[in-house]
Design a protein around this ligand. Sequence first.
Ligand code: NAD
Ligand code: MG
Length: 393
Amino acid sequence: MQHISILGSTGSIGTSTLDVVARHPDKFQIVALTANSQVDLLFRQCQQFKPRYAVMLDGAAAKLLRQRVSVAGLSTEVLSGDAALEHVVVLPEVDTVMAAIVGAAGLRPTLAAAQAGKKILLANKETLVMAGNVFMDAVSASGATLLPIDSEHNAIFQALPRGYNGDLAASGVRRILLTASGGPFRNTPLSELHNVTPEQACAHPNWVMGRKISVDSASMMNKGLEVIEAHWLFNASADDIQVVVHPQSVIHSLVEYVDGSVLAQLGNPDMRTPIAYGLAYPERIDAGVAPLDLFKVATMNFVAPDFERFSCLALAYQALRAAGTAPAVLNAANEVAVAAFLDKQISFLHIPRIIETVLDALPVSMVNCLDDVLGADAEARRIAQQQIHKIFR
Ligand code: NAD
Ligand code: MG
């Protein structure tokens, strides 16, 4: 029996994880479920999965949940706050942590899981973008097992040799081909991009996801964050990673070897596949995903990314090459800009402009510890917010 804590159980990845878990009650048991403030959903999850702990970040929401849990006669203990998030991942009875909080908020508890040597199913890519070296050092120091859940990275992990040791050249790998759908605005005339709404940005052609990552997909910042994520996971340089726009989202990424072989992982665009892979690794279990019908897919297209249309992708490559605090600054500025766009304070095309201004304003410094990352993150948020005030007044 594998004992699991889920960070962000009420989100898109969290609910997909519970869907897979529910299919295999003989294999998985939930120790803790956590969420920001969604009382109703977390309560229903507690009724179904009977976790030992439930954490609500928000204190008032925790109080409400505690009352409902008690009325229902459940034995789940309800905790609240940041420290509780960390507490429920480092418990000795926890084997596996699904890291599925969105954004920088996921960094501390995910890092705590790494320091405690857990098996980490990593959906929260922002952890690697912000603090890649700190996080990877923690993983190797504790002997934690790190399995990527992001579909592209999960595909690359599957296409690399089993036990890949972080040396692409020694493994005979020429490069990594990271696929991207191109999002909902792949063909939208540039003149119309200024006026697109959050609703349009969140209507992804192939994937159903949370709102932040949906906007990131529309701007292709998601692919930029994923290039940085691949850098840390696979010890690949910016030049080793080629983004390939593949609108059907059937090939989830590829690895090209020096002998000319190219290995790909394919499947329907359903996150339960990489989640089930991570949960059962190294075995395979049913994920509830419909079989891939290649006759229905029929055609697959591939085009090079348009760095002018998607300047966020260019900014991410730039930040990866600048290294140090630059990716944390990129991530923080993006989070603030995306929140302002979702709040209708700025337009879609303001997002890259704000990020570029923030990157230009802050000198790059080395990252030696978590505080270096958190300092850069805070500075970047402050400057991004100033830019938004200038636009929205
Ligand atoms: P989501 O918005 O649907 O869910 C986010 C979860 O985090 C919710 O449970 C929410 O309650 C919790 N949360 C939010 N803010 C929090 C805070 N401050 N403290 C504690 N908990 C908080 O997001 P999602 O789409 O499930 O994405 C989660 C992560 O997985 C992101 O990092 C995203 O980039 C990554 N990811 C998602 C997908 C996908 O298909 N949705 C694919 C690949 C990677
Ligand atoms: Mg992805």
